[in-house]
Every structure is written in structure tokens, then in C-alpha cells.
Design a protein around this ligand. Structure first.
Ligand SMILES: [Zn+2]
Length: 414
């Protein structure tokens, strides 16, 4: 047994949460007073960042004392409540990159309002904004499909500049439907060879995705080496197209997975992994926003229908044998998994996804013990079956002569 395998940890488990947040994107016309407010706001944020570097502080109080008067005098029309928003925004940006970089906002970066400076009435479609010309009212055009959010609480409003219009993002908060904890947990391993492998032996390896990604990579390479202005423009539109394509794919895939007969889904999470032990999974996931987006989509689609999601600590999920629990680097050889103790054979991605589902199950069981309010619905688990529409390819399971078979609980608690 390997050191470092202590009790399984989770990074996020949504059954403890009682509320959920959603973002509603709306568009409004480019009113000149709003554009001016945005420009000044971003200038003020930048001045705060510069000052914060000068004073070597991230204290709101100190920054306020140092800059507030000066800012008021410099921008007499700028609403004071928005100066506070700008200050908080600056400090968050600095905290976000741990004071390593002297980041600056662009003139047209998005700006954030709080509940004092912006009011949104979704039902009547009204927006009240504090601008440099005072409080203004605007009419919002809210599509019908947002009707379910009309009763939710508005938490924050951000405003960004688009090519043609202003992009208004309203963060609303509502009650999370009661999460069912199905004893059957579907483990999902996001990887390089396969976009995703599910613990029910489903391999999601869309050929067209790989081909399209390759094509984009090829086109990008050519354009980058050209370096002309029109090449740069072309690059930008290309990345937009690729983004939209992946977005659509992620929507479809997460919808399909969420509708499977499982009450809970387990995936690898990243947050909370300590420095220096991030490893390959971390790098792979961070460099690929598509995985991140997939997780986001899956989580919110699951929440909507009362299913739960757990993000687990990704360490050792690819090295551990899902049959006997022995974890070692030598178990894995690229795409193939071969346990050196019990000679269990499998695809390494499938092995990882089974590990993920086992760990997820333990975490859910713990959660039920620690939080008796949470209900389980065991009845659903017996319904589970593999969806026939997915093809699956599996290495034959070999070698059940496992002399040292450890239950996963024994291993992960040791
Ligand atoms: Zn084994």
C-alpha cells in the first residue's frame, strides 16, 4: 500500500448547499452615459491597483483612505458607491493573482454593480443603474425562457461591452431542489485519449471532435506564423467558432449524461489541491477550458433536476487498481492499466472512472451519516442500466487471483 492514501476527500459536494446561482445574460443598447461610466470605472480600478502596489497593501481601508478623496476630486461626477465597487474589484483582481502580476483592466472591461448601484426587476423588465449622469432607468427585453427566474433573488449585476451592444449579466439565486442521493454513483474521468470515460463502460471519444480540434490547431499554426493584421482577425474569429462548437458539444453531452439513470455524479476536481502536488491531471484540466465548461454544465443541469455532483480529490485515481485497491505508478502504462498485485487488466481511463465512482460513493455515504437530513432514494439504483446507444469496448477482465484484496474503504481510510 502506498503512503499518502488517507481518507478520501471531496472538493465540492453540492448536497450541503441549499441555494444555487444562475447567470442570466441580457443585452441593452449602448447608451453613452453607461459607456462613459464603464470607461471611468475601469480607469479607477487601474488607479487602485497601481496604488495598492505602491503601498504594498490589500486592505480595503488603507486603500480607501489613500485614494478616496483623490478619486472624488478627479472624477467629480462619478458616483461614490461605484468607487467602492471599483476598489473592491481591484483588490479582488490582485488577490486573484496573488499580487504576482500588475494586472490592468481595459477601458471596456466589464464592470460590476452591487445591489445599491443597480436594481433589476426581471418581471417588469426594468433596470435602474447608477451612472455618471445619476440614476437612470432602462427597459430590458427579457426572453420568456427566463420566466422561471422571475421570483429568484438578484445577487449582482455586471455590465460588459460587446461589439454592438452592452452585455448585462444578472446573477440570481434560488433554492436548490432537494438533492437525491442515489446509491449508484456514476464516475466520470475526463481525459486526453477519450474526452470522457464513464464508469458504466461508456467511452466518449467523438472522432469529429478530434478532427475539428486538429483542423483548428493546424489553421491556427499557419495564421500565427503569418502574423499580419488580417491573420490576427481571422484567428480571433476562428477561436470564436471553435469555442461555440465545443460549447454545443458540452451542452449535448452533459444533458445526455445527466439524464442517465444515476442520482449522483462524481468527477475529479481541482480546487484545494495543495501547491507542488498538482500533477498531470491538474495541468491537463487547467489547460483545457472545455473540461471546465463540461463540469459546469453537468453540475447545473444535475442541480436543476435534483441530482447531486461531487468533485473529488484527483490524486491517485489513475494509479489505483479499482479491483484490489493497490496504488502504484507502475500499474499504469499510458492507455493500459495492469495491476502489478492482482494483474487486473483494463483501459486506464475506465479504471480511473471506476475509482472515481467508488470514491464518490464513499463520500456520499459519509455525507448521509454526517447529515441525516439528506435523504437517500435507494429504489432508483436498481433501475440503473447502461444506455444501449453507447458502444463500449472493454479489455477482458483478467486475473481474479487477488490474494490481497482490500476493500476501497479499508484502503482509503488507512
Ligand atoms: Zn489490483
Amino acid at each position: 500500500m502506498r503512503d499518502g492514501l488517507s481518507a478520501p476527500k471531496y472538493i465540492k459536494l453540492n448536497i450541503f448547499e441549499t441555494t444555487m446561482q444562475r447567470a442570466i445574460s441580457l443585452q441593452i443598447n449602448k447608451y453613452p452615459e453607461i459607456l462613459k461610466t464603464i470607461t471611468q470605472y475601469n480607469k479607477i480600478v487601474n488607479e487602485h491597483i497601481t496604488k495598492s502596489f505602491e503601498l504594498k497593501t490589500n486592505s480595503k481601508n488603507k486603500l480607501h483612505k489613500a485614494l478616496y478623496r483623490e478619486t472624488r476630486n478627479k472624477y467629480p461626477n462619478f458616483p461614490s458607491a461605484l468607487i467602492q465597487c471599483a476598489r473592491d474589484n481591484a483588490i479582488e483582481m490582485l488577490n486573484g493573482n496573488k499580487y504576482k502580476k500588475h494586472t490592468q483592466k481595459r477601458n471596456d472591461s466589464s464592470i460590476r454593480f452591487d445591489l445599491r448601484t443597480a436594481k433589476v426587476f426581471l418581471k417588469s423588465g426594468q433596470l435602474q443603474l447608477t451612472t455618471i449622469e445619476g440614476r437612470k432607468k432602462y427597459k430590458l427585453n427579457i426572453p420568456n425562457y427566463f420566466a422561471k427566474y422571475f421570483k429568484w433573488k438578484v445577487k449582482a449585476v455586471t455590465l460588459g461591452v460587446n461589439k454592438k451592444r452592452l452585455k448585462l449579466k444578472v446573477i440570481v439565486e434560488g433554492n436548490l431542489p432537494k438533492q437525491a442521493i442515489n446509491q449508484e454513483v456514476l464516475g466520470i474521468d475526463l481525459g486526453i485519449n477519450n474526452f470522457a470515460v464513464l464508469s458504466n463502460k461508456t467511452f466518449i471519444k467523438p472522432k469529429h471532435i478530434r478532427n475539428i480540434k486538429r483542423r483548428y490547431a493546424y489553421l491556427r499554426k499557419g495564421l500565427q506564423s503569418l502574423g499580419t493584421r488580417s491573420a490576427k482577425r481571422k484567428l480571433k474569429s476562428l477561436s470564436g467558432r471553435e469555442r461555440r462548437f465545443m460549447r454545443d458539444f458540452n451542452h449535448c453531452l452533459s444533458k445526455r449524461i445527466v439524464s442517465m439513470n444515476y442520482g449522483s455524479f462524481a468527477l475529479e476536481g481541482l480546487k484545494g489541491i495543495r501547491n507542488g502536488r498538482k500533477g498531470k491531471v491538474f495541468n491537463r484540466m487547467r489547460s483545457n477550458w472545455a473540461y471546465f465548461q463540461f463540469r459546469q454544465f453537468l453540475t447545473y443541469k444535475a442541480e436543476d433536476i435534483g441530482k447531486s455532483v461531487v468533485l473529488i480529490d484527483p490524486r491517485y485515481t489513475s494509479q489505483r487498481c479499482s479491483k484490489c485497491g493497490f496504488a502504484d505508478k507502475s500499474n499504469r502504462n499510458k492507455g493500459a492499466f495492469h495491476c502489478t498485485t492482482c494483474s487486473f487488466h483494463n483501459s486506464s481511463d475506465l479504471n480511473a472512472s471506476i475509482n472515481i465512482s467508488q470514491i464518490g460513493k464513499i463520500l456520499f455515504e459519509q455525507a448521509v451519516v454526517n447529515h441525516p437530513i439528506v435523504t437517500t432514494n435507494e429504489g432508483v439504483s436498481s433501475l440503473h442500466s447502461d444506455t444501449p446507444e453507447f458502444s463500449h469496448k472493454l479489455h477482458p477482465l483478467e486475473g481474479s487471483s487477488c490474494h490481497k484484496r482490500l476493500s476501497i474503504a479499508a484502503l482509503w481510510y488507512s
